[in-house]
Design a protein around this ligand. Sequence first.
Ligand code: COA
Length: 140
Amino acid sequence: MDIDVSLSCEGVDWKAVSDTLKSVNMAFYEPEIHRKAFEASHTTVFAYHESKLIGFGRAISDGTYQAAIYDCAVREEFQGKGIGKIIMNSLLSELSHCNIVLYASPGKEGFYQSLGFRKMKTGMAYFQKNDVMRRLGFIE
Ligand SMILES: CC(C)(COP(=O)(O)OP(=O)(O)OC[C@H]1O[C@@H](n2cnc3c(N)ncnc32)[C@H](O)[C@@H]1OP(=O)(O)O)[C@@H](O)C(=O)NCCC(=O)NCCS
């Protein structure tokens, strides 16, 4: 399958970003909110098949030694074909000098483990909606 990878937010269909996140049960907002978040990120990656946005991810970072990855998602019909790996490896290569943290959706830990990530023993999170995140299995 031909996949084109872009690091640019130029021309991105932000409604497709919102719709994709919704369809894979991740937090989603109005398209304009995603545009702001991606454009304010240090690194963004978008995967296209035949000009259609099929996956993406982003990292916030100081650009020097710390980074955090968010919103890594692949449209359901394109999952399991190596596209998530392409997106993550593109992010990692842009952040090759950084320590990188993320929190996996419950059940997706193995995906990140296959890329070299390891579970943190002391990870702590302060979520806006702690009760929701507890119910979803992200925190104790
Ligand atoms: C998680 C996600 C991004 C992975 O993308 P993908 O394109 O389906 O994954 P890939 O095909 O690139 O898989 C890469 C490797 O991870 C493994 N993998 C993928 N999902 C996995 C899972 N849930 N558990 C264990 N391993 C997994 C694959 O077997 C593959 O291993 P290999 O390199 O040894 O062949 C994608 O399934 C997705 O968008 N899911 C819904 C949204 C989500 O939960 N995102 C994560 C938020 S933290």
